[in-house]
Design a protein around this ligand. Structure first.
Ligand SMILES: Cc1ncc(COP(=O)(O)O)c(C=O)c1O
Length: 455
């Protein structure tokens, strides 16, 4: 693309550092400027339309513009557009939202802490693991374990928690108390003849060995996404969480379910924890909580954690943590309305009923020479690009297959997400059958073009 002087593209290049963007390449190619939307489609400033197959960043569950939510935000801004929740202050939408979340939690939860992003929710959970163990007289339980390729955020602590080496490089991270156990990617990592159950046993054994080697008296928490999102939409293998949770219970390690992507219907239940039988002590949620229309996140904690905090607060005084916009009335009012919309549309029923169409549309490309494996649940699916899908031989990295696919997908009007040589699909939960058909058609054309380039 030639960047025209003084265009929005040129002004962007001159003024913005974009997250997760190749900075040198950005200077050459400039931004794709998105102007408006229609259902699961977005349009760029040249009028070209794209099917958004990952709902932005797995978050725009109701599409990219919702009149009803705009009205709620407008009304709330007129009556109380801001007030904080520090020092005993409160507001109606925030209380209503907290009650609503507790009423739909997948396991009994006691209280909610609000923040503005998934990272902040997980950062808060990290602090609470430490606070809790201090409260119960086990201050040495400071180590926190997550999984290789897990993703929990971009702050210094949550990216340390995340198992993404590319996000640690040259930042001097991860911080010391964060450890990473095995990446439970069955298709890529199972041994020949190893069943999903046996693979899960091996994953749980690896976790137990790590805890024993570190000293169980030093391990305080474990984080997991029910389905790993930024790791490549990787589903947990059969019996994985059952076996992992048995290890956590044995060594009194708090379990935090990161539901930032999975919460609110994505996996075909309201929570990924429900789909996969998780019984966490804390649950972080964001993204679809407000259908991405307001920056808000919620961390739910169980009674055990709350009682310990109560005890500490009695000893230390105020609970010394918070964010200026925590419990923001406008964000809360919008999130509350979003949950009302989910109930009216029966979001779980909708995802369950459209999931076979979605999976079928992707699986029809299963025999394509680029594709090695396709697995999904609800409206999330991960597809592995492989030179030989049966023998599990990957493409040479020098071929840059995913990068080529990405270019071809954009050309054909499909916004994809790639993670290494994995393709990820997680469209808005309102995607229609005809949009799914279009997505599949564009996907097929992008695959064919990519194959033509490398065969
Ligand atoms: C599972 C998970 N946790 C946490 C985060 C961080 O959320 P945020 O970008 O809102 O800070 C993300 C973001 O993609 C995520 O996928």
């Amino acid at each position: 693309m030639t960047v025209i002087p003084n265009s929005i593209h040129a002004r962007d290049i001159a003024s913005i550092v974009h997250p997760q963007t190749n900075l040198a390449k950005h200077r050459e190619v400039g931004p794709v400027v998105i102007t408006h939307s229609e259902g699961a489609r977005i349009f760029d400033d040249g009028g070209k339309d794209y099917i958004e197959s990952v709902a932005g960043l797995w978050c725009a569950s109701l599409g990219f513009g919702v009149e009803r939510l705009a009205k709620v935000a407008y009304e709330q801004m007129r009556t109380l557009g801001y007030y904080h929740t520090y020092r005993h202050r409160s507001n109606q939408p925030n209380v209503d939202l907290a009650e609503k979340l507790l009423s739909i939690a997948p396991v009994p939860m006691s209280k909610v802490l609000f923040q503005c992003s998934g990272s902040e929710a997980n950062d808060t959970a990290i602090k609470l693991i430490w606070y809790y163990h201090n409260a119960i007289g086990k201050p040495e339980k400071r180590k926190i374990i997550a999984r290789n390729m897990g993703y929990h955020g971009s702050t210094a602590a949550t990216v340390s928690l995340s198992g993404k080496a590319d996000m640690h490089a040259d930042f001097g991270l991860p911080f010391a108390p964060f450890l990473h156990t095995e990446f439970p990617h069955y298709y890529r990592r199972h041994e020949d003849g190893e069943s999903e159950e046996a693979f899960s046993t091996r994953m749980a054994d690896a976790l137990e060995i790590m805890i024993l080697e570190e000293g169980p008296e030093t391990v305080g928490g474990f984080f997991a996404e029910p389905v790993m999102g930024a790791g490549g939409a990787v589903l947990p293998p059969a019996t994985y969480f059952e076996k992992i949770q048995a290890v956590l219970k044995k060594y009194e390690v708090l379990f935090i379910a990161d539901e930032v992507i999975c919460g609110f219907g994505r996996t075909g239940e309201m929570w990924g924890s429900r789909t996969y039988g998780l019984e966490p002590d804390m649950i972080s949620s964001a993204k679809a909580l407000s259908a991405a229309m307001q920056p808000i996140s919620a961390l739910m904690i169980n009674e055990k954690v709350y009682q310990a905090m109560l005890q500490q607060s009695a000893k230390l005084g105020p609970f010394a943590h918070g964010y200026t916009y925590a419990g923001h009335p406008v964000a809360s009012a919008v999130a509350l309305e979003v949950i009302k919309i989910y109930e009216e549309m029966d979001v779980v029923g909708r995802v369950k009923s459209i999931s076979p169409t979605f999976m079928g549309a992707l699986e029809q490309h299963g025999d394509h020479p680029l594709i090695g494996d396709i697995r999904g649940a609800g409206l999330i699916c991960g597809i592995e690009l492989m030179r030989d899908g049966v023998a599990r031989v990957p493409f040479d990295t020098g071929l840059k297959v995913a990068e080529r696919f990405q270019e071809n997908a954009l050309k054909h009007g499909l916004i994809p997400r790639t993670v290494g040589d994995r393709l990820v699909f997680a469209p808005p939960l309102i995607i229609t059958e005809s949009e799914i058909a279009e997505m599949s058609d564009r996907f097929g054309r992008a695959l064919d073009d990519t194959w033509a380039e490398i065969r």
